[in-house]
Structures are given as structure tokens and as C-alpha cells.
Design a binder for this molecule. Structure first.
Ligand code: HEM
Length: 176
């Protein structure tokens, strides 16, 4: 968090943090969002699909009319595709062409192909802009002796996944 915060405060110092032009300069913050979506895609199994005809994929025959679920969560943590797959390491996306826009099938929090999520740009700006503002204007600490290490990060699985316990944080107003 410190690195993302330092970047926001350096890039946006003295400017209104209100439009998308600054957001495009926040490379580390954008990598933090990507890394979060890699490890914690909200739609673990994307949306269910049904095969229209029989096909063979990697030697497995998939009959027509089979319900198919794609496990984006497992793909995002596959050590065949990701170095230190279980580690939160936003740096892996800095200067990397890997994106969630459908060209990299090892990173599909928004799905892929012609039914890829059409709300990607709206979703990303709705995450990055508020996050940048929260980091710009406040410092944050965890309450009651909770530390980033012992905070329970396990997720509650259902159609979408969310953190089991609500994340509580204490904002400390900061004069930047
Ligand atoms: C972080 C936020 C979001 C995530 C992770 C997400 C993820 C997804 C995923 C995984 C799919 C299924 C794609 C597939 O199966 O290949 C999907 C579909 C869809 N999403 Fe999103 N989405 C998000 C935000 C949004 C927003 C903000 C909108 C609209 C403003 C939106 C509209 C849709 C629609 C309409 C579909 C269905 C597309 C179709 O079936 O053709 N999503 N989304």
C-alpha cells in the first residue's frame, strides 16, 4: 500500500485527482488492481457456458450441450503460468503486456472471447479513481492489533467471491 500511496501522492501532487488522465500515469496502482483481480477474481467460475456441438480439447471429448464452468480463480494461481503464483506481487505487471482485456488466457477475471465483460473500462475506473483518492487523502491503519500478516484474507465462495470478514480500516486525514 505504501508504494501505491507514494505513487499517487507524487504523480497527483498539486493537481485535482478527478479525471482519467492522472489515472493512466498511476502504473503501480493499476498493477495493484490487476494483482488483486488475479488472486481474487470476483467471478470465480465466470458465467456458465454450454457447448453447442461436440468438440475435443487437449484430448478430452466435450459432448454437445455440456455445462462448462471456467475456473478463473485457479487459472490466476496456476504456477505453470505465474511465478510465485500465491504471492501478492503487483510488480509482476509493471512493464508487462499481460492484461485482462481478452488477449491473455492465463488472466481472465473479466472472461474472454466474444462474451467478455463489456463493463471492463467502467469497472476499472470505478475501482482505480476512488482507490487513488482514498490513498491520496488518507493514511490507513488496521484496528485492534490486526496486522497485514494476521488479517484473515480467506474468501467466502459463492457465485462471486468476497472476503469472509469485512475489512475495517481507520482513516487518518493527511495534508498532502
Ligand atoms: C470488477 C468488476 C467486474 C468483473 C470482475 C466482471 C466480470 C465479468 C465476467 C467474468 C463476466 C463473464 C464473462 C465470460 O464468461 O467470459 C462478465 C460479464 C458481463 N459483465 Fe462484468 N464484471 C465487472 C463489472 C461489470 C460492470 C461495471 C458492468 C456494466 C456496467 C458489467 C457488465 C457485464 C455484462 C453485461 C456481462 C455479460 C456479457 C455477455 O454475456 O455478453 N460488468 N463480467
Amino acid at each position: 500500500m505504501e508504494k501505491a500511496q507514494a505513487e499517487v501522492r507524487r504523480v497527483c501532487k498539486g493537481r485535482e485527482l478527478g479525471d482519467e488522465s492522472e489515472i493512466h500515469e498511476l502504473k503501480y496502482l493499476s498493477s495493484v488492481v490487476k494483482e488483486t483481480l488475479r488472486l481474487h477474481p470476483p467471478g470465480v467460475f465466470l458465467l456458465p457456458r454450454e457447448s453447442t456441438e461436440t468438440c475435443v480439447i487437449k484430448g478430452y471429448e466435450i459432448p454437445a450441450k455440456t455445462r462448462i464452468m471456467v475456473n478463473a480463480w485457479a487459472i490466476g494461481r496456476d504456477p505453470k503460468h505465474w511465478d510465485e503464483a500465491e504471492t501478492f506481487k503487483p510488480e509482476r505487471f509493471l512493464d508487462s503486456p499481460i492484461d485482462f482485456k481478452g488477449a491473455n488466457m492465463n488472466f481472465i477475471p473479466f472472461g474472454g472471447g466474444r462474451r467478455i465483460c463489456p463493463g471492463i473500462n467502467f469497472a476499472i475506473s470505478s475501482i482505480e479513481l476512488p482507490l487513488a483518492n482514498l490513498l491520496y487523502h488518507f493514511d490507513w491503519k488496521l484496528p485492534n492489533g490486526i496486522t497485514p500478516e494476521n488479517f484473515d484474507k480467506t474468501g467466502k465462495f459463492s457465485a462471486s467471491v468476497r472476503i469472509s470478514e469485512n475489512l475495517q480500516l481507520i482513516p487518518i486525514s493527511c495534508q498532502t
